[in-house]
Design a protein. Structure first.
Lengths: 114, 112
């Protein structure tokens, strides 16, 4: 597609349930990022994939959070046993090698944990 | 710890005036800085970037200034328009880490 696509756009879940958030980056972009944005706050780095290198997971807040990127393209962010404090907008971004720090963001997934 | 902060949470300007949004960063080793604009319900959109070997860079109606001595970054928007109303974030990056650290954001309100 023309841009970064995220699904679902909204997700409401119950505390304790697992959720999966999907990101389709721009075709050909080798770098993929996940950020979290709480209401009225800045973006909190979660994880970064670059090509075939081991991902930088330094921003994941707990072991309930994990992410994978299959075939160097689509990525899935999984949150297990969701908590109310996980409620936020989860943003995915991608960038092309060589200008990898100019990120193109998707519109995000609004996660609400009841 | 790592942090990038903004001096003012909200900036209100009259249409046609110039806007200046400020940002302080804490990591003196950061060598790449970006400004993003985020409209309601959308992901952040790239505006302009600057590397640490520069102190000024101009784009279309926007200028970014970098003062490494005091670790300060600013975004100037000329002839502000209603469409400029959004939240503006600065972000810093260190070398080849690939990780951008974002500030809290400044809301720009443009009054007609």
């Amino acid at each position: 597609g023309a841009g970064v696509s995220q699904s679902p756009s909204n997700k409401v879940t119950e505390k304790g349930k697992d959720v999966e958030l999907r990101c389709d980056p721009i075709s050909g972009h080798t770098a993929l990022y996940w950020y979290r944005q709480s209401l009225g706050q800045g973006l909190e780095f979660l994880i970064y994939f670059q090509g075939n290198s081991a991902p930088d997971k330094s921003g994941l807040p707990s072991d309930r959070f994990s992410a994978e990127r299959t075939g160097g393209s689509v990525s899935t962010l999984t949150i297990q046993r969701t908590q109310q404090e996980d409620s936020a907008v989860y943003l995915c971004a991608s960038s092309s090698q060589g200008v990898r720090e100019k990120l193109f963001f998707g519109s995000g997934t609004q996660l609400s944990v009841l | 710890g790592e942090s990038v902060g903004l001096h003012l949470p909200t900036l209100s300007v009259q249409e046609g005036d110039n806007s200046i949004i400020n940002c302080a960063y804490s990591n003196s080793a950061s060598d790449y800085f970006i400004w993003y604009k985020q409209e309601s319900g959308k992901g952040p959109q790239f505006i302009i970037d600057i590397r640490s070997n520069m102190d000024k860079r101009q784009g279309q109606r926007v200028t970014v200034l970098l003062n490494k001595t005091v670790k300060h970054l600013s975004l100037q928007i000329a002839a502000t328009q209603p469409g400029d109303s959004a939240v503006y974030f600065c972000a810093e990056s260190l070398g080849n880490t690939g990780k951008l650290i974002f500030g809290q954001g400044t809301t720009l309100q443009v009054k007609p």
